[in-house]
Ligand binder design. Structure first.
Ligand code: PEP
Length: 249
């Protein structure tokens, strides 16, 4: 792991019911979780209140998305102010499913991040290349371009965690090797050093996401520039999520 406090986020995506979430929360409340880890879970919006009321305070709550600006006449959207109001501390922005299924672009995501931060919502900023981009040697270009869209508009990086999530590894069972992940994490840190500041580069947490599970987390966690994980599928099982949290080295 890197020098920042280990960070593990669970992205529940569009999964769960009142009953299954009650069980997941109970399992998380019963789990033995390392103290020196920042732990966050991101339920679907409609269950945020239920989770907030029942989950241990040791785990903070994130939304999976938010509107780009102040609330108002934006049917179907949820604003950053509303997320704060309901007890969210974090929001995931730029997740590959929002980029590539819903069609959000770099600039829109950057604006969302800046607005969320202005409302004191902390941001998990996701970046990552698609398979054909990796295969054609464009991994760094794509990641740096996505980083630039955040850097063009974010002034204060204190409340930002970067999630490197190669699209080909998300939900596919095809995890990046520890070396593949470390290589990109180190490159992102170097990019931040050159384009933002040495201080941000050394203090920011860069977490890895993409088919992380209870069996592959500890090798990944040993890498110098991996400061934690963003976990999808494996975060839906309390006991497995606890193993990932406890992989802190
Ligand atoms: C994610 O959606 O952020 C993710 C990493 O998913 P999974 O762990 O299921 O690959």
């Amino acid at each position: 792991a890197g020098t920042g406090k280990f960070f593990v986020g669970g992205n529940w995506k569009c999964n769960g019911t009142k009953d299954s979430i009650t069980k997941l929360v109970a399992d998380l409340n019963d789990a033995k979780l390392e103290n020196n880890v920042d732990i966050v879970v991101a339920p679907p919006y409609i269950y945020v209140d239920q989770v907030k009321q029942s989950l241990t305070d040791h785990i903070e709550i994130s939304a999976q998305n938010c509107w780009v600006g102040k609330g108002g006449a934006f049917t179907g959207e949820i604003s950053a102010e509303q997320l704060i109001d309901i007890g969210c501390k974090w929001v995931i922005l730029g997740h590959s499913e929002r980029r590539h299924i819903i069609g959000e672009d770099d600039q829109f995501i950057g604006k969302k991040a800046a607005f969320a931060l202005s409302q004191n919502l902390k941001v998990i900023a996701c970046i990552g290349e698609k398979l054909e981009e990796r295969e054609t040697g464009k991994t760094f270009d794509v990641c740096f371009q996505q980083m630039k869209s955040f850097a063009d508009i974010i002034l204060n990086w204190m409340d930002v965690v970067i999630a490197y999530e190669p699209v080909w590894a998300i939900g596919t069972g095809k995890v990046a090797t520890p070396q593949q992940a470390q290589e990109v994490h180190a490159a992102i840190r170097d990019w931040l050093k050159k384009n933002v500041s040495a201080e941000v580069a050394s203090s920011i947490r860069i977490i890895y996401g993409g088919s992380v599970n209870g069996s592959n987390c500890s090798e990944l966690a040993k890498q110098q520039d991996i400061d934690g994980f963003l976990v999808g599928g494996a975060s839906l099982k309390g006991s497995e999520f606890a193993i990932i949290v406890n992989s802190v080295t």
